[in-house]
Design a binder for this molecule. Structure first.
Ligand code: PLP
Length: 377
């Protein structure tokens, strides 16, 4: 008998999604734009307190447009986290900008303020800084924002993984000049695919919307004075998003519960440390992760293989950008004075555990039992 698959993080639908999608069909708003898109933007703005929002085809598109709004172009340096998904950095290269990879700090695994300071000594005039809230854990935003303000460089928050997470009571994605969210299938809520650019600046969000709809000038005939993109969200997918948003808090509670279960279950195993949370924030715990002690004989591969044998999905931690062949020519600023990389260490010793909203108590027991077994418990 084949075992049911347990997922890392798969879509969890509730039913309301279909109601909004049905509305789109009933009114023939199957086209891009329409009432669901406008409503999703308003509902997201109300939930996060972001100000204004533009619903887009992907989180990557949102990062691209944020860079366009800041005028990032040929040769412009952008500071970006080293330990992240490649989508954070690809749009810099679309614009022929130059990513400079900033190492993680060990407390949250996010952009190291120390390495960021050092990057500012080396490159005085970056065009932008992008920070990420990895696996839902907020970065050390106070320090990062203070450094950015002192150097007068705008901050983009890549909150693709941290929708629902707060930092000192404010939603991640709403503290920088621009924020971006993702509704990709593996994220905490999904539209099947999609993203959002948010900002307190209404004009900037209007400009992003304009660029996302082929940059059509306001004229009856088709007139363009800028290069545009086809980056808008469709009214059908926005319907899915509206239904999902009703369950975001519930997904967050469930993911926090999963994190807590792992933490408790491994508390007697000295070789295991869970991925860090930020005491200044409330993380959505999008993915639970663990690192194995340096002196352990157990490797992430051993655990991933053991889980895989039971049809349970797990994944390595993101591979740092400075180790990626495609980004080999770009600079990397380590956190440690001796030049060693925190992100690389996390990558070597860490893995992401099944964090699916649909995980049952039995699923959790099974996963925990397999991992404990790897450590002879
Ligand atoms: C998922 C993700 C993105 C990209 O979002 P898409 O909607 O898939 O384009 C960007 N940054 C990070 C950190 C992500 O995890």
């Amino acid at each position: 008998m084949s075992k049911k698959r347990i997922y890392l993080s798969s879509p969890t639908m509730h039913g309301e999604e279909q109601k909004y999608v049905q509305e789109a069909f009933d009114t023939n708003w199957v086209a891009p734009l329409g009432p669901n898109v406008n409503a999703l933007e308003k509902e997201m703005a109300a939930y996060t307190g972001c100000g204004y929002a533009a619903a887009l085809s992907a989180g990557t598109a949102a990062i691209h447009l944020a860079l366009k709004l800041l005028g990032v172009g040929q040769g412009d340096v952008v500071f970006v986290p080293d330990l992240t998904f490649s989508a954070t950095c690809n749009p810099i290269v679309y614009e022929k900008g130059v990513p400079v990879f900033i190492d993680s700090e060990p407390d949250t695994w996010n952009m190291s303020p120390e390495a960021l300071e050092r990057a500012f000594e080396k490159y005085q005039t970056p065009k932008a800084v992008i920070c990420v809230h990895l696996y839902g854990t907020p970065a050390k935003l106070d320090r990062i924002m203070e450094i950015c303000a002192r150097h007068n460089v705008p901050l983009i928050e890549d909150a693709a993984e941290s929708l629902g997470s707060t930092y000192k009571g404010q939603h991640t994605g709403t503290l920088g000049k621009y924020g971006i969210y993702s509704f990709n299938g593996n994220k905490i809520i999904t539209t099947s695919g999609g993203g959002m650019l948010v900002s307190k600046e209404e004009e900037a969000v209007k400009k992003a919307t304009f660029l996302a709809t082929q940059a059509r000038d306001p004229a009856r005939h088709y007139q363009h004075s800028q290069i545009g993109y086809n980056y808008r969200m469709s009214n059908v997918t926005a319907g899915i998003g509206r239904g999902q948003l009703l369950h975001l808090e519930e997904h967050k509670a469930k993911k926090k519960e999963i994190y807590g279960k792992y933490k408790d279950a491994f508390s007697d195993i000295e070789e295991i440390t869970m991925n860090p949370l930020n005491p200044d924030g409330d993380a959505n715990c999008w993915l639970s992760g663990m690192v194995i002690a340096e002196n352990s004989e157990i490797t992430p591969d051993i655990i991933m293989d053991a889980l895989d044998a039971e049809n349970i999905e797990s994944r390595p931690v993101w591979k740092p950008m400075h180790l990626q062949p495609v980004f080999a020519q770009y600079d990397f600023i380590p956190h440690n004075e001796d030049g060693s990389s925190v992100g690389e260490d996390v990558f070597n010793r860490g893995l992401c555990l099944p964090s699916d909203v649909k995980n049952t108590d039995e699923d959790m027991e099974l996963i925990i039992g397999i991992i404990r077994g790897c450590f002879g418990k």
